[in-house]
Design a protein around this ligand. Structure first.
Ligand code: ADP
Ligand code: MN
Ligand code: MN
Ligand code: MN
Length: 373
Protein backbone atom coordinates (compact mmCIF):
# COMPACT_ATOMS: atom_id res chain seq x y z
CA UNK A 1 0.00 0.00 0.00
CA UNK A 2 1.21 3.47 -0.83
CA UNK A 3 1.97 6.21 1.60
CA UNK A 4 0.10 9.49 1.37
CA UNK A 5 2.66 12.03 0.30
CA UNK A 6 0.19 14.76 -0.63
CA UNK A 7 -1.28 14.77 2.88
CA UNK A 8 2.17 15.71 4.17
CA UNK A 9 2.36 18.88 2.06
CA UNK A 10 1.81 22.05 4.06
CA UNK A 11 -1.86 22.96 4.06
CA UNK A 12 -0.95 26.40 5.44
CA UNK A 13 1.17 27.15 2.38
CA UNK A 14 -1.60 25.91 0.10
CA UNK A 15 -4.04 28.22 1.87
CA UNK A 16 -1.83 31.21 0.96
CA UNK A 17 -2.43 30.53 -2.74
CA UNK A 18 -6.11 29.73 -2.34
CA UNK A 19 -6.56 33.21 -0.90
CA UNK A 20 -5.42 34.83 -4.18
CA UNK A 21 -8.29 36.51 -6.02
CA UNK A 22 -9.50 34.49 -9.00
CA UNK A 23 -10.81 37.39 -11.09
CA UNK A 24 -14.13 36.82 -12.82
CA UNK A 25 -13.37 33.19 -13.63
CA UNK A 26 -15.04 30.20 -12.01
CA UNK A 27 -13.54 26.75 -11.47
CA UNK A 28 -15.98 23.90 -12.11
CA UNK A 29 -14.89 20.46 -10.94
CA UNK A 30 -16.73 17.78 -12.92
CA UNK A 31 -17.27 14.54 -10.98
CA UNK A 32 -18.33 11.15 -12.37
CA UNK A 33 -18.57 7.46 -11.49
CA UNK A 34 -15.89 5.35 -13.19
CA UNK A 35 -16.06 1.90 -14.76
CA UNK A 36 -15.86 0.07 -11.43
CA UNK A 37 -19.25 1.50 -10.43
CA UNK A 38 -17.66 2.51 -7.13
CA UNK A 39 -14.74 4.78 -7.90
CA UNK A 40 -15.11 8.50 -8.50
CA UNK A 41 -13.11 10.64 -10.92
CA UNK A 42 -12.92 14.40 -11.31
CA UNK A 43 -11.35 17.11 -13.43
CA UNK A 44 -11.67 20.86 -13.53
CA UNK A 45 -12.32 23.48 -16.17
CA UNK A 46 -12.42 27.26 -16.06
CA UNK A 47 -15.67 29.04 -16.92
CA UNK A 48 -15.85 32.79 -17.73
CA UNK A 49 -19.13 33.15 -15.87
CA UNK A 50 -20.80 31.81 -12.76
CA UNK A 51 -23.28 29.09 -13.71
CA UNK A 52 -26.63 29.64 -12.01
CA UNK A 53 -28.26 26.36 -12.97
CA UNK A 54 -27.37 23.07 -14.55
CA UNK A 55 -28.31 24.39 -18.01
CA UNK A 56 -25.45 26.90 -17.80
CA UNK A 57 -22.84 24.12 -17.63
CA UNK A 58 -21.24 22.86 -20.84
CA UNK A 59 -21.02 19.17 -21.65
CA UNK A 60 -17.48 17.85 -21.59
CA UNK A 61 -15.53 14.68 -22.34
CA UNK A 62 -12.76 12.47 -20.99
CA UNK A 63 -10.62 9.49 -21.89
CA UNK A 64 -12.71 6.46 -20.99
CA UNK A 65 -9.86 4.03 -21.67
CA UNK A 66 -8.18 5.33 -18.50
CA UNK A 67 -11.21 4.90 -16.24
CA UNK A 68 -12.14 1.28 -17.13
CA UNK A 69 -14.92 2.77 -19.25
CA UNK A 70 -14.14 2.15 -22.90
CA UNK A 71 -11.98 0.36 -25.41
CA UNK A 72 -8.94 2.35 -26.51
CA UNK A 73 -10.15 2.78 -30.09
CA UNK A 74 -13.31 4.65 -29.12
CA UNK A 75 -12.12 6.20 -25.93
CA UNK A 76 -13.97 9.53 -25.90
CA UNK A 77 -16.77 9.53 -23.33
CA UNK A 78 -19.17 12.41 -22.65
CA UNK A 79 -19.85 14.12 -19.34
CA UNK A 80 -23.40 15.42 -19.04
CA UNK A 81 -23.86 17.73 -16.03
CA UNK A 82 -26.84 16.67 -13.91
CA UNK A 83 -26.43 18.32 -10.49
CA UNK A 84 -24.46 21.33 -9.27
CA UNK A 85 -23.16 22.07 -5.76
CA UNK A 86 -21.08 24.78 -4.14
CA UNK A 87 -17.44 23.73 -3.92
CA UNK A 88 -16.45 23.52 -0.23
CA UNK A 89 -12.75 23.14 -1.11
CA UNK A 90 -12.26 26.09 -3.45
CA UNK A 91 -15.33 27.87 -2.04
CA UNK A 92 -17.69 30.35 -3.81
CA UNK A 93 -18.15 30.97 -6.67
CA UNK A 94 -16.57 27.62 -7.63
CA UNK A 95 -18.68 24.53 -8.24
CA UNK A 96 -18.80 20.76 -7.99
CA UNK A 97 -20.67 19.29 -10.94
CA UNK A 98 -22.00 15.74 -10.83
CA UNK A 99 -22.18 14.21 -14.31
CA UNK A 100 -23.73 11.28 -16.12
CA UNK A 101 -21.42 9.41 -18.49
CA UNK A 102 -22.40 8.64 -22.09
CA UNK A 103 -20.40 6.59 -24.58
CA UNK A 104 -19.10 7.86 -27.93
CA UNK A 105 -22.40 6.72 -29.52
CA UNK A 106 -24.45 8.64 -26.91
CA UNK A 107 -25.59 5.45 -25.18
CA UNK A 108 -25.27 5.35 -21.40
CA UNK A 109 -22.05 3.89 -20.02
CA UNK A 110 -22.44 0.51 -18.26
CA UNK A 111 -21.90 2.04 -14.82
CA UNK A 112 -24.18 5.01 -15.48
CA UNK A 113 -27.16 3.71 -13.49
CA UNK A 114 -28.63 7.18 -13.06
CA UNK A 115 -30.11 7.26 -16.53
CA UNK A 116 -32.60 4.43 -15.99
CA UNK A 117 -33.19 5.44 -12.36
CA UNK A 118 -34.31 8.89 -13.54
CA UNK A 119 -36.77 7.37 -16.04
CA UNK A 120 -38.29 5.21 -13.29
CA UNK A 121 -38.49 8.14 -10.87
CA UNK A 122 -40.25 10.23 -13.53
CA UNK A 123 -42.99 7.59 -13.71
CA UNK A 124 -43.89 7.93 -10.01
CA UNK A 125 -43.54 11.66 -9.26
CA UNK A 126 -47.20 11.76 -8.14
CA UNK A 127 -46.33 9.38 -5.25
CA UNK A 128 -43.58 11.73 -3.98
CA UNK A 129 -41.11 8.95 -3.05
CA UNK A 130 -38.71 9.98 -0.30
CA UNK A 131 -35.48 8.21 0.54
CA UNK A 132 -33.01 8.56 3.39
CA UNK A 133 -29.76 6.61 3.15
CA UNK A 134 -27.42 5.86 6.07
CA UNK A 135 -23.94 5.67 4.63
CA UNK A 136 -21.57 3.65 6.81
CA UNK A 137 -17.86 3.73 6.06
CA UNK A 138 -14.51 2.75 7.53
CA UNK A 139 -11.42 4.93 7.80
CA UNK A 140 -8.18 3.21 6.86
CA UNK A 141 -4.59 4.33 7.24
CA UNK A 142 -2.66 4.35 3.96
CA UNK A 143 -1.34 0.86 4.78
CA UNK A 144 -4.92 -0.43 4.54
CA UNK A 145 -5.21 -1.06 8.29
CA UNK A 146 -8.19 0.61 10.08
CA UNK A 147 -7.29 4.11 11.20
CA UNK A 148 -6.04 4.24 14.78
CA UNK A 149 -5.98 0.46 15.29
CA UNK A 150 -2.79 -0.93 16.84
CA UNK A 151 -0.38 -1.96 14.08
CA UNK A 152 0.01 -5.53 15.26
CA UNK A 153 -3.34 -6.40 16.71
CA UNK A 154 -6.84 -5.28 17.48
CA UNK A 155 -8.52 -2.67 19.66
CA UNK A 156 -10.72 -3.85 22.53
CA UNK A 157 -13.92 -5.63 21.51
CA UNK A 158 -16.96 -3.77 20.22
CA UNK A 159 -19.19 -2.13 22.81
CA UNK A 160 -17.90 1.33 23.73
CA UNK A 161 -17.49 2.77 20.23
CA UNK A 162 -21.03 3.29 18.82
CA UNK A 163 -21.81 7.00 19.34
CA UNK A 164 -18.75 6.99 21.58
CA UNK A 165 -16.73 9.95 22.79
CA UNK A 166 -13.16 10.08 24.04
CA UNK A 167 -9.72 9.46 22.62
CA UNK A 168 -9.95 5.71 23.25
CA UNK A 169 -13.39 5.40 21.64
CA UNK A 170 -13.71 7.82 18.67
CA UNK A 171 -11.16 7.21 15.91
CA UNK A 172 -10.91 10.02 13.36
CA UNK A 173 -13.59 12.50 14.34
CA UNK A 174 -11.72 15.37 12.63
CA UNK A 175 -12.61 13.82 9.28
CA UNK A 176 -16.27 13.42 10.25
CA UNK A 177 -16.51 17.06 11.35
CA UNK A 178 -14.77 18.36 8.21
CA UNK A 179 -17.00 16.27 5.97
CA UNK A 180 -20.20 17.31 7.74
CA UNK A 181 -19.45 21.02 7.43
CA UNK A 182 -18.25 20.65 3.83
CA UNK A 183 -21.53 18.93 2.92
CA UNK A 184 -23.59 21.69 4.54
CA UNK A 185 -21.59 24.31 2.64
CA UNK A 186 -22.01 22.43 -0.63
CA UNK A 187 -25.78 22.25 -0.23
CA UNK A 188 -25.86 18.49 0.28
CA UNK A 189 -28.90 17.26 2.26
CA UNK A 190 -26.89 15.68 5.05
CA UNK A 191 -29.13 14.73 7.97
CA UNK A 192 -26.59 13.77 10.62
CA UNK A 193 -23.61 11.64 11.59
CA UNK A 194 -22.65 9.12 14.26
CA UNK A 195 -19.76 6.89 15.26
CA UNK A 196 -20.43 3.24 14.48
CA UNK A 197 -20.05 -0.05 16.35
CA UNK A 198 -16.58 -0.88 15.03
CA UNK A 199 -13.84 1.62 15.94
CA UNK A 200 -12.84 3.77 12.91
CA UNK A 201 -16.28 3.12 11.44
CA UNK A 202 -18.68 6.05 11.03
CA UNK A 203 -21.99 6.91 9.42
CA UNK A 204 -23.61 9.92 7.82
CA UNK A 205 -27.22 10.16 6.70
CA UNK A 206 -28.44 11.79 3.50
CA UNK A 207 -32.10 12.72 3.13
CA UNK A 208 -34.96 12.61 3.12
CA UNK A 209 -34.56 13.33 -0.59
CA UNK A 210 -37.26 12.97 -3.22
CA UNK A 211 -36.65 10.80 -6.28
CA UNK A 212 -33.41 11.06 -8.23
CA UNK A 213 -32.01 13.60 -5.77
CA UNK A 214 -31.23 10.74 -3.37
CA UNK A 215 -28.56 9.24 -5.60
CA UNK A 216 -27.18 12.63 -6.64
CA UNK A 217 -26.69 13.83 -3.08
CA UNK A 218 -25.24 10.56 -1.79
CA UNK A 219 -22.69 10.33 -4.61
CA UNK A 220 -21.49 13.90 -4.12
CA UNK A 221 -21.33 13.34 -0.34
CA UNK A 222 -19.10 10.31 -1.02
CA UNK A 223 -16.93 12.44 -3.30
CA UNK A 224 -16.57 15.10 -0.60
CA UNK A 225 -15.60 12.41 1.92
CA UNK A 226 -12.88 10.99 -0.37
CA UNK A 227 -11.58 14.51 -0.93
CA UNK A 228 -11.53 15.40 2.78
CA UNK A 229 -9.78 12.13 3.57
CA UNK A 230 -7.19 12.88 0.90
CA UNK A 231 -6.28 16.09 2.76
CA UNK A 232 -5.84 14.14 5.99
CA UNK A 233 -3.87 11.28 4.43
CA UNK A 234 -6.53 8.73 5.34
CA UNK A 235 -8.45 6.36 3.04
CA UNK A 236 -12.20 5.87 3.19
CA UNK A 237 -13.45 2.36 2.47
CA UNK A 238 -17.03 1.44 1.57
CA UNK A 239 -16.25 -2.27 1.70
CA UNK A 240 -19.24 -4.01 3.32
CA UNK A 241 -17.02 -6.15 5.60
CA UNK A 242 -13.58 -4.57 5.86
CA UNK A 243 -12.48 -6.73 8.80
CA UNK A 244 -13.68 -10.34 8.88
CA UNK A 245 -14.76 -11.93 12.15
CA UNK A 246 -16.35 -10.30 15.16
CA UNK A 247 -16.45 -6.79 13.73
CA UNK A 248 -19.52 -5.09 12.29
CA UNK A 249 -19.75 -4.64 8.55
CA UNK A 250 -20.77 -1.47 6.73
CA UNK A 251 -24.16 -1.03 5.13
CA UNK A 252 -26.23 1.68 3.54
CA UNK A 253 -29.67 1.28 5.16
CA UNK A 254 -32.25 2.80 2.86
CA UNK A 255 -35.32 4.40 4.38
CA UNK A 256 -38.26 4.76 2.03
CA UNK A 257 -41.73 6.29 2.01
CA UNK A 258 -44.38 7.56 -0.37
CA UNK A 259 -46.97 10.26 0.31
CA UNK A 260 -49.66 7.62 1.11
CA UNK A 261 -47.27 5.91 3.57
CA UNK A 262 -46.56 9.21 5.32
CA UNK A 263 -50.27 10.10 5.57
CA UNK A 264 -52.56 8.89 8.38
CA UNK A 265 -53.04 5.11 8.27
CA UNK A 266 -50.03 4.75 5.92
CA UNK A 267 -48.85 1.64 7.78
CA UNK A 268 -51.20 -0.29 5.48
CA UNK A 269 -49.27 0.90 2.40
CA UNK A 270 -45.99 0.12 4.18
CA UNK A 271 -47.14 -3.44 4.88
CA UNK A 272 -48.24 -3.87 1.26
CA UNK A 273 -44.81 -2.72 0.03
CA UNK A 274 -43.05 -5.16 2.39
CA UNK A 275 -45.29 -7.97 1.13
CA UNK A 276 -44.10 -7.24 -2.44
CA UNK A 277 -40.45 -7.01 -1.33
CA UNK A 278 -40.74 -10.43 0.32
CA UNK A 279 -41.56 -12.00 -3.04
CA UNK A 280 -38.53 -10.50 -4.75
CA UNK A 281 -35.65 -10.84 -2.31
CA UNK A 282 -32.92 -12.02 -4.70
CA UNK A 283 -33.74 -9.35 -7.26
CA UNK A 284 -33.04 -6.74 -4.57
CA UNK A 285 -29.91 -8.46 -3.28
CA UNK A 286 -28.55 -8.39 -6.85
CA UNK A 287 -29.14 -4.64 -7.03
CA UNK A 288 -27.76 -3.84 -3.59
CA UNK A 289 -24.00 -4.11 -4.24
CA UNK A 290 -21.85 -3.69 -7.36
CA UNK A 291 -21.09 -7.42 -7.53
CA UNK A 292 -24.65 -8.70 -7.63
CA UNK A 293 -24.73 -9.77 -3.97
CA UNK A 294 -21.27 -11.31 -3.71
CA UNK A 295 -19.85 -8.36 -1.74
CA UNK A 296 -22.84 -8.22 0.57
CA UNK A 297 -22.66 -11.97 1.24
CA UNK A 298 -19.62 -11.26 3.45
CA UNK A 299 -21.71 -8.83 5.51
CA UNK A 300 -25.26 -10.26 5.60
CA UNK A 301 -24.52 -13.27 7.78
CA UNK A 302 -27.37 -13.03 10.28
CA UNK A 303 -24.96 -11.74 12.97
CA UNK A 304 -23.79 -8.19 13.81
CA UNK A 305 -27.23 -6.59 13.37
CA UNK A 306 -27.81 -8.10 9.93
CA UNK A 307 -30.19 -10.61 8.39
CA UNK A 308 -28.90 -13.58 6.40
CA UNK A 309 -28.51 -12.79 2.72
CA UNK A 310 -30.56 -15.85 1.73
CA UNK A 311 -33.59 -15.04 3.90
CA UNK A 312 -36.18 -12.29 3.81
CA UNK A 313 -37.65 -11.02 7.06
CA UNK A 314 -39.40 -7.92 8.36
CA UNK A 315 -40.33 -6.62 11.79
CA UNK A 316 -41.06 -3.64 14.00
CA UNK A 317 -37.86 -2.37 15.67
CA UNK A 318 -36.01 -5.53 14.52
CA UNK A 319 -32.42 -4.76 13.56
CA UNK A 320 -31.81 -8.39 12.65
CA UNK A 321 -34.41 -8.28 9.86
CA UNK A 322 -34.12 -7.40 6.16
CA UNK A 323 -36.76 -4.72 6.63
CA UNK A 324 -37.34 -2.81 9.85
CA UNK A 325 -40.38 -0.72 10.66
CA UNK A 326 -39.22 1.88 13.19
CA UNK A 327 -41.10 1.55 16.49
CA UNK A 328 -42.52 5.08 16.22
CA UNK A 329 -43.91 4.25 12.77
CA UNK A 330 -45.57 1.11 14.15
CA UNK A 331 -47.14 3.18 16.94
CA UNK A 332 -48.27 6.13 14.81
CA UNK A 333 -49.34 3.80 11.97
CA UNK A 334 -47.77 6.06 9.36
CA UNK A 335 -44.29 7.02 8.16
CA UNK A 336 -41.61 4.94 6.42
CA UNK A 337 -39.67 1.68 6.53
CA UNK A 338 -35.99 0.81 6.46
CA UNK A 339 -34.42 -1.65 4.03
CA UNK A 340 -31.28 -2.80 5.88
CA UNK A 341 -29.87 -4.91 3.05
CA UNK A 342 -27.98 -2.44 0.79
CA UNK A 343 -24.22 -2.66 1.08
CA UNK A 344 -22.06 0.37 1.94
CA UNK A 345 -20.69 0.28 -1.61
CA UNK A 346 -24.12 0.11 -3.27
CA UNK A 347 -25.06 2.41 -6.08
CA UNK A 348 -27.96 4.46 -4.65
CA UNK A 349 -29.44 4.80 -8.16
CA UNK A 350 -29.74 1.00 -8.38
CA UNK A 351 -31.17 0.68 -4.85
CA UNK A 352 -33.80 3.39 -5.20
CA UNK A 353 -34.78 2.19 -8.69
CA UNK A 354 -35.29 -1.38 -7.42
CA UNK A 355 -37.50 -0.15 -4.55
CA UNK A 356 -39.71 1.81 -6.94
CA UNK A 357 -39.94 -1.04 -9.46
CA UNK A 358 -41.07 -3.55 -6.84
CA UNK A 359 -43.11 -1.43 -4.43
CA UNK A 360 -44.76 1.07 -6.79
CA UNK A 361 -44.62 -0.39 -10.30
CA UNK A 362 -45.56 -3.86 -8.99
CA UNK A 363 -42.86 -5.62 -10.97
CA UNK A 364 -42.36 -9.25 -10.03
CA UNK A 365 -39.88 -11.93 -11.01
CA UNK A 366 -36.80 -13.52 -9.54
CA UNK A 367 -33.77 -15.48 -10.58
CA UNK A 368 -33.12 -17.52 -7.43
CA UNK A 369 -29.52 -17.86 -6.28
CA UNK A 370 -27.94 -19.29 -3.12
CA UNK A 371 -25.26 -17.01 -1.67
CA UNK A 372 -22.42 -18.39 0.48
CA UNK A 373 -21.37 -16.27 3.48
P1 ADP B 1 -31.26 4.39 12.42
O1 ADP B 1 -32.07 4.36 13.67
O2 ADP B 1 -31.64 3.27 11.49
O3 ADP B 1 -29.78 4.44 12.66
P2 ADP B 1 -30.94 7.08 11.25
O4 ADP B 1 -31.36 8.15 12.15
O5 ADP B 1 -29.49 6.85 11.07
O6 ADP B 1 -31.73 5.72 11.67
O7 ADP B 1 -31.51 7.34 9.78
C1 ADP B 1 -32.86 7.52 9.54
C2 ADP B 1 -33.03 7.96 8.10
O8 ADP B 1 -34.41 7.93 7.77
C3 ADP B 1 -32.53 9.34 7.78
O9 ADP B 1 -31.70 9.27 6.63
C4 ADP B 1 -33.80 10.11 7.43
O10 ADP B 1 -33.57 11.07 6.42
C5 ADP B 1 -34.68 9.01 6.91
N1 ADP B 1 -36.11 9.31 6.97
C6 ADP B 1 -36.81 9.90 7.96
N2 ADP B 1 -38.11 10.01 7.63
C7 ADP B 1 -38.25 9.48 6.39
C8 ADP B 1 -39.35 9.31 5.50
N3 ADP B 1 -40.59 9.69 5.83
N4 ADP B 1 -39.11 8.72 4.30
C9 ADP B 1 -37.88 8.31 3.98
N5 ADP B 1 -36.80 8.46 4.76
C10 ADP B 1 -36.98 9.03 5.96
MN1 MN C 1 -28.28 5.11 11.36
MN1 MN D 1 -25.56 2.50 11.28
MN1 MN E 1 -30.43 2.16 10.14
Amino acid sequence: MSTSVSAQLSKAVKQMYLELPQGDKVQAMYVWIDGTGEGLRCKTRTLDYEPKSIEDLPEWNFDGSSTYQSEGSNSDMYLIPVAMFRDPFRKDPNKLVLCEVLKYNNKTAETNLRNSCKKIMDMVTHEHPWFGMEQEYTLLATDGHPFGWPTNGFPGPQGPYYCGVGADKAYGRDIVEAHYRACLYAGVEIGGTNAEVMPAQWEFQIGPCEGIKMGDHLWIARFILHRVCEDFGVIVSFDPKPIPGNWNGAGCHTNFSTKPMRDAGGLKQIEEAIEKLGKRHQYHIRAYDPKGGLDNARRLTGSHETSNINDFSAGVANRGASIRIPRSVGQEKQGYFEDRRPSANCDPYAVTEALIRTCLLNETGEEPFEYKN
